[in-house]
Design a protein around this ligand. Sequence first.
Ligand code: FES
Length: 147
Amino acid sequence: MYSEKVMDHFNNPRNVGEIEDASGVGTVGNAKCGDIMRMYLDIDDNGVIQDCKFKTFGCGAAVATSSMATELVKGKTVQEALLVTNKAVMEALDGLPPVKVHCSLLAEEAIHAALWDYAQKHGIEIEGLEKPVNDISEKEEDTEEDY
Ligand code: FES
């Protein structure tokens, strides 16, 4: 049911933890399943993500997608990180079962929330970044139609 990559990232999640004095921190949850994810970004003066860590209180697919998402955003610019969508994360994991697609949204939204926090702290605007929601279940209906 799960790809080898999903199982690998679930069993050995990368970048678990916190970053002290992070440039941006984002927390999102899904009220329907009760899962929560927090993402920490360390961004240098050139807007490049030097480090990314996460903590997920959630299902296996949420752990695997957040793990992969942290790997994908590391070394990217803030603008490039916006392209790390839940679709991109799922592709990198060789897919997720349809009922677990919504879990990957937590990772995308947590990155956006952390980027938003970074932008707020620095008084900048990141083109294309929309204000993140705290509860992604509000967005879920749209996504389910897409898959
Ligand atoms: Fe809640 Fe997977 S069931 S994120």
